[in-house]
Design a protein around this ligand. Structure first.
Ligand SMILES: [Zn+2]
Ligand SMILES: [Zn+2]
Length: 181
């Protein structure tokens, strides 16, 4: 099912911030990262994780002070706008990684023949390509929802030049982007 990012964002943030772990409300929350597997239950990035009992991925979370201690969150107190900016940074980093993978990192995966490195991922392994491309579209949809959040409040989008740089990189690789012109 497609994620409705506007809804996801607005549910979490109706003016104040809600702790993702215990639903406590406040003007400020701790925003940061944790590798604690227990945090997979509520971290947004782990929604699709198959085994949540054993996920030590680096997770971005927004939590109240007591939950920050409980889940060992490496972070700092932030307002709603700060949290949105951090999510945008994270989304951009993920998009850059996804693009790097499509461009070249896939060639280093196990099972990729040296002779295939001169070809494109969609020719060599169409299924992996579809997965990665689908993930990138989801990230771009999230990006657009975050962008709308800043626009609707007439807040400056941090580092606005990032978007055109990214779109150019996608086009130069021969792919399309929801963030393009
Ligand atoms: Zn909490
Ligand atoms: Zn996970």
């Amino acid at each position: 099912m497609p994620v409705d990012w506007d809804k996801t964002i607005n549910e979490i943030l109706a003016g104040t911030l809600a702790c993702q772990a215990c639903d406590a409300i406040g003007d400020e929350m701790i925003v940061g990262h944790t590798r604690s597997p227990e945090a997979a239950e509520f971290a947004k990035r782990c929604e699709d994780c198959e085994d949540k009992s054993d996920c030590d991925a680096r997770k971005l979370v927004v939590v109240c002070e007591p939950c920050a201690g409980r889940y060992r969150v490496n972070g700092e107190p932030m307002t709603e706008a700060g949290w949105m900016g951090v999510q945008m940074d994270e989304c951009r980093r993920n998009l850059e990684e996804s693009l790097d993978y499509l461009a070249t990192y896939w060639k280093e995966e196990d099972g990729i023949e040296y002779a295939d490195m001169a070809r494109r991922l969609e020719e060599v392994d169409p299924e992996t390509f579809r997965e990665e491309d689908g993930w990138r579209v989801r990230l771009e949809e999230e990006y657009l929802a975050l962008h709308r959040w800043f626009r609707e409040r007439r807040l400056r989008v941090p580092d606005p030049g990032w978007r055109s740089q990214y779109a150019e990189d996608v086009v130069a690789l021969g792919y399309t982007s929801l963030l393009g012109d």
